[in-house]
Design a protein around this ligand. Sequence first.
Ligand code: PLP
Length: 376
Amino acid sequence: MIYLDHNATTPVLPEVVEAMLPYFKEEWGNPSSSYRFGSKLKTVIEVARAQVAELIGASPGEVMFTSCATESNNAAISAALGAAPGKRHIVTSAVEHSSVLTYCSAMEKRGYRATYLPVDREGLLRTADLENAVTDDTALVSLMWTNNETGGLFPIAEIAEICRSRGVLFHCDGVQPVGKAEVNVRQVGVDYASLAGHKFGAPKGIGALYVRRKAPFSPMLLGGHQERGRRGGTECVPLIVGMGKAAGLARLRLPQYDSNVRPLRDTLEEGILSTIPIAELNGHKSQRLPNTSSITFHGVDSEALLVLLDKEGICASSGSACLADSDEPSHVVRAMKPDSAASRQTIRFSLGTENDADQVDATLAGLAKVVRMLDA
Ligand code: PLP
């Protein structure tokens, strides 16, 4: 198998599995218990919290664990809207992940107004559009750090500055850049940022939400006092340990990530674009993550292409994994190129550190073969 879908999920790192195992096998207590067998696990959770905080430039007290980034995104938007009951407007973009878009459209049904900022043909956002969209009625701006389909970077520091100057809370879906590029929430000045452990070597089922110390927060999951009263529910200690371990490894390995992955991505991309005439790159050439390549194969149905690639042992996707089972075209590519069929003819390749040059060569050969079959 050649796995080129790291923006969907990443393999669980062996060191992470090792770190988690004792908390499945021997240390299975409840951290809220009064006796030591359980309560000692509180310290374990705090170590993991500090590891995640360090990776994103936050204080440990500003990080809460969640079950996934979908929960983090929902919880942040819910908290921000709850903090400004008189305001009924949300600004987001047309290319956000479904966990933001679906939540915003649910809020529209409850009487909120949402503005979905457009992007240009390269997937870039114009900050002037944001400035024009924010009004006195705006409770929250929710914009992603980098796009999951194209890897495109939004001007996150500028966006944060606009929100600050207009007195509007800013939530950032920071799922994709973590572990692939520098993420410093304090430097940028976001109020909330969502993370998913499984995008950087932890298992699925664990996420985190950064909540800036002075940002308002009210829990979405009401129950016990876990997570300092910000999220009821007994903590899943093994997964929290796993996310902490993965965060520590991501921090150590970040300096090499770009030089390991970018050349492979570039070789793959240049190989495709130079040998397959119907191929066209989506997104900005440089303002994007070093691992992602979104390519339209004009005239070729992306789902048919993915099935044949799978037969060649190559895993890629046509967009977000969360929408892969729907028949919908990519809303990201559609927002970039509304006048073309590209949203049904696009494949996302997202590489990771365990890929190598042989796999890139094999992908180029496999791709040339299946495109020839479909383009005949
Ligand atoms: N936000 C972005 C940008 C993502 O890519 C994803 C996952 O694909 C999510 C949010 C949701 O993550 P999860 O499925 O872990 O809830």
